[in-house]
Write a protein that binds this ligand. Sequence first.
Ligand code: A2P
Length: 280
Amino acid sequence: SIPDYTLNNGVTIPEIGFGTWQTPDGATAVLAVQSALENGYRHIDTAAIYGNEKSIGQAIADSGIDRKELFITSKLWNSERGYESTLKAFEKTLSDLQTDYLDLYLIHWPANAKQFSDWKQKNADTWRAFETLYQDGKIKAIGLSNFMVHHLEALLETATVKPVINQIEYHPGYLQMEVVAFCKANDILIEAWSPLGTGKMLNDPTLLEIASNYNVSVAQLCIRWCLQNGTLPLPKSVTPERIKQNLNVYHFEISESDMKRIDALPYIGGSGLLPDEVAF
Ligand code: A2P
């Protein structure tokens, strides 16, 4: 089975999760999650906005796997920010996923200054609802997604429960060093969304060369690199052999000098979804 990270509240989390962003609802999502569970994933990452929670809930229910063996993450969508609306959106996610608790719930994107003059208050109100759900035992751990340092600093001023995780875009060529350092200093685990750069890193010549030295694919290399940098990768695939391959990262270790080479790849940039620019 897959090793765990331990979060700052003592909860354990399988150190590789199954990503489902851009996995279409319906048979595709059902089959992808089925394949992931068959191949040993126990950590599934979804979000209300992905539109696939019902199918994921279906695949989980059909698997017959004990709920306690699974780690299920979802995220609150931006239109539902605020105390009451968060509580309501959470109930919808629970029912779509056919479960009575979540292991982890994240604020999907911070409210930002460009869109809202009261962005700090909005994030604080949403977080207060997260704290209520956490204290009521309906969520085992609460965290954030796509928060940059200034959003984190503002939230931590009023938070009574510290976030356990910040899920950000993270892959070779897009290291987001400032927020990663801030989170490490505050014992907030970084989860990497799009650890393969939504697939665009797979043809990088340096990564191809390094991967061939270990007899692995660039995808495996990127996933292993995330782990060795202390982050939690969430690779997405709908293809059974890739789903399987992406967990097969425990038979090799990237050397210190190769880690440095990957860390030093030129800035490639991310998907272009920037927390302070995009008004969702
Ligand atoms: P698919 O889902 O069609 O199998 P990321 O996790 O960075 O967002 O990347 C997801 C993209 O990378 C998807 O297009 C996915 O394709 C592809 N992908 C995932 N795993 C692999 C792999 N092991 N080899 C090649 N492509 C992969």
